[in-house]
Design a protein around this ligand. Structure first.
Ligand code: OAD
Length: 247
């Protein structure tokens, strides 16, 4: 990554009024939270369907529950990194700012981001598999067995979106509206292969937004980016922010 690319990104961001930040697991990598794909990723050597699908949960709810219990313990040890912090401060910089994340770790909120659009749900909520009642749950460690719903007595599950499930419609609609109307989309730390979330990049690009990608590797949608910043988010975002402050 060269200074000239940072400068180009700053020039694009400086006049922007409406900004959408779209993040994935890479934004939390420097906080010590494992990403999904690639070496050492959560999906390496594991069948995604086993722990991240309704069928997997039906087949073995205890195994799935314990997978998320362990993830929650790992995430509970993590702290927001400078990328989360910058993305939180931008809510006060731009006239209209939306932060849509695929992450379920809650680190954007821990860094002070408000009204985060959690496209894939949250590790910190549980939902009844039968009546759908949801509640916040911050317990660490969780009990070793899935708890039972206080309303109907059925089993509860972690309220993340699994493969084969719909994204929360109101959350996705808000993210799409932001993608359609933003001046600049900043895509941070996502492989951009999981739809419909990854579709936000195409929506924004097609609507005429400038796209800035922050990722040490090229994502599946890197070709849509006007500027690519190939370095860790925790390094790049503070540089972008410093550039904006200088302006
Ligand atoms: P992935 O694991 O697919 O991709 C993580 C991305 O982060 C990769 O492109 C890495 O190159 C990049 N990355 C790694 N370290 C980084 C750093 N320090 N700074 C910036 N980028 C870095 O994670 P997601 O794209 O978030 O869905 O995955 C999308 C969805 O697939 C997840 O939300 C989850 C998963 O299955 C569900 O569970 C429904």
């Amino acid at each position: 990554m060269h200074d000239v690319e940072i400068s180009r990104a700053v020039e694009i961001l400086r006049p922007a009024r409406r900004v959408l930040a779209f993040t994935g697991a890479g934004v939390s990598a420097e906080s010590g939270v494992a990403t999904f794909r690639g070496a050492g990723g959560l999906w390496e050597g594991r069948s995604i369907e086993e722990v991240a699908s309704p069928e997997g949960f039906r087949a073995d709810p205890i195994k799935v529950w314990r997978f998320y219990e362990e993830r929650r313990r790992n995430v509970a040890r993590a702290r927001p990194n400078p990328a989360h912090t910058v993305l939180a401060t931008w809510q006060d910089r731009f006239e209209r700012y939306t932060l849509a994340t695929q992450n379920v770790d809650g680190l954007h909120q821990a860094a002070g981001s408000r009204d985060v659009l959690e496209l894939h749900g949250s590790l910190w909520r549980v939902r009844c598999v039968s009546c759908g009642t949801e509640r916040d749950d911050l317990l660490v460690p969780l009990p070793q067995l899935p708890p039972l719903c206080a309303v109907c007595g059925a089993m509860e599950r972690i309220a993340v979106v699994w493969f084969g499930e719909f994204l929360p419609p109101d959350v996705m609609a808000a993210a799409q509206a932001a993608a359609e109307t933003c001046d600049v989309l900043v895509v941070v730390g996502t492989s951009a292969v999981v739809y419909p979330a990854a579709g936000l990049v195409g929506i924004a690009a097609e609507a005429g937004a400038k796209v800035i990608e922050v990722n040490p590797e090229a994502s599946a949608l890197a070709h849509l980016a006007d500027v690519t910043l190939r370095a860790p988010a925790g390094e790049v975002l503070p540089l972008l922010d410093a550039g904006l402050r200088e302006g």
